[in-house]
Design a protein around this ligand. Structure first.
Ligand code: UDP
Length: 151
């Protein structure tokens, strides 16, 4: 059993794809244990995409992800991190297979509809960046006994 962080990006929210995306993960057998609509601060966005700080697309990426509300989610399920990455499809939608979320809904790498953590370490870091301690406790992701996120 694993937890992960998934987020419908501003393009997906604008295009009213939240329901479609949530349904795909529910149909697959995963469980939504926490969610909220929120607008990300620049600081939060820069932390989230910190690994891309030196890349030429960093400024555009931060502008885009802060351009409107996102739908931030906490999901639970078996082998969830690996399976959710497969369901999302390749980062560049032009290379994403039909049937994947990006392969079905996107054509441009800068607006590829969904984010999902790529490892347990990223999931822990990203969940802490987007959700408060109370929200993580309510979702059953944070163990009050150990004060650690349970991925
Ligand atoms: N991105 C971009 N141009 C690129 C590579 C990435 O705009 O050439 C954006 C894209 O939206 C991607 C995000 O940066 O989703 C983070 O990139 P990463 O390699 O972490 O891909 P992901 O984990 O989202 O598949």
């Amino acid at each position: 059993m694993q937890h992960t962080f998934l987020m419908v990006k501003p393009d997906g929210v604008r295009r009213q794809l939240i329901g479609n995306i949530v349904r795909r993960f529910e149909n697959r057998g995963f469980v939504l244990v926490g969610a909220k609509m929120m607008t990300i601060s620049r600081e939060q966005a820069e932390r989230h995409y910190g690994q891309h700080k030196e890349k030429p697309f960093f400024g555009e990426l931060v502008d885009f992800i802060t351009s409107g509300p996102v739908f931030a989610m906490i999901w639970r399920g078996d082998n969830l991190i690996e399976v959710s990455r497969i369901m999302m499809g390749k980062t560049n939608p032009l290379e994403a297979a039909p049937g994947t979320i990006r392969g079905d809904f996107a054509t441009y790498v800068g607006e590829n509809v969904i984010h999902g953590s790529d490892s347990p370490e990223s999931a822990e870091r990203e969940l802490e960046n987007f959700f408060s301690t109370d929200e993580l406790l309510a979702a059953g992701v944070l163990s009050s006994a150990t004060d650690r996120i349970v991925i």
